[in-house]
Design a protein around this ligand. Sequence first.
Ligand code: HEM
Length: 419
Amino acid sequence: MYELLDKRTANTSDRVQTPMIELSGSSLNLGFMPYGQWWRRHRRYFWQHFRPEAIGPYRQTQQSAAHMFLQKLCDNPSDLRKLIHFNFIKVALKVGYDIDVDDGDDEYAKIAKEALEGPVEGLVPGKFLVEFFPSLRHIPPWFPGATSQRLWAKWQAAGERLKNVPFSRAKAKLGHHTSEEEEIVKDVVAIAFEGGTDTVLSATLSVFSGVSLHPEVLRKAHAELDAVVGPHRLPDFNDWDSLVYVNAIIKEALRWHTVTPLGVPHATTNDDDFRGYFIPAETMILPNVWACMHDPDVYEDPDVFRPERFIRDGKLDSTVQDPAAFVFGFGCRICPGRYFAEAALFINVACALHVFDITQPLGEDGQPIEIKPGHTDSLISYPEDCRCMIKPRSAAAETVIRSHATAARQALNERTSGR
Ligand code: HEM
């Protein structure tokens, strides 16, 4: 896979242009743009704001949002999915548009959720006949039986809302641009908002799911966090390198549940010859990331959630294949939000594991409900059943949660009011 998608990236970084890109409302998304100047300009602008040297200032926002998330989760543990989603939306809006959203403000969550439905449902290769018969797109939505057309109209409207609603509110803060530059800025912040939420949501859910089903993993994480962080504070970015087991849990979650099981399809620009096979131009290449992450020759018992596989002699074992080298994609198309994503995952996972017991859910009879780990089968895949029981580990942990959330809110209010 590397040889084709990394070493030959100049010829394998295109995207097949199907009518579904526009119909699913994804034309603004640099992730689906053809390889060329327009994509390059978007990517350059994105990278300026998300490369490792640029993302340091976002950490404070990520950390404050994580602290507020813990308190909300403490109060409403059954809303796990909704609260993680809101947390990442809050960060994306602050970082991308300098917009602050209050708790319970669901407008933007709704915009992001609706806008993601198109790419997630519509860009699974071969799902819609219009990919093979492009003229089908011209059947009007009112035509009897034209259910797909109505869906496409809805997705395109959602894509437009994603691109325009937050931007119009933040335009003044985003500086003056020519109309062409404005198009790029609009697209890029929208994709950071869209692409930066559900992918990290899926990976975080995978951590909660894996840990809740494996009490011994949580016990080890607690032991490490107690030793490194102690009971009086929450983990912060300075603890990142010291929390070896927490890092291994994140790696294992990214491996065990693959966020994009077939990556994002690449395509060839020119004819090529690969190990004796002729590959014509415009051939779609689907990297089977899921299979690589579940290869028993590389990861023993691949279906088992076992963070220890990444550790040797108390350190992360650099001889074990790092899932990050696969799950963020390949070549010139590799995910440019990966450093930001890794920071978001670290701070939220470390903080949540530090203060919560996360266990299998109990039924009315008090017995554990059996959860069968499964995954949804769309472009972005989610763990299917993430029910788990979440409770503060102790009264002291609850005090830490509440005091940090109050401090985070105060800091945010001070920053917002310019004090
Ligand atoms: C765990 C979290 C994430 C995972 C697993 C992930 C995974 C991926 C993958 C597999 C691709 C396609 C790479 C390829 O074509 O080979 C991609 C592209 C992309 N991702 Fe991520 N991503 C994550 C988080 C993020 C975040 C937080 C952002 C924004 C802040 C982001 C922005 C993008 C963009 C803009 C592209 C398109 C790149 C291009 O086509 O040139 N991603 N991501």
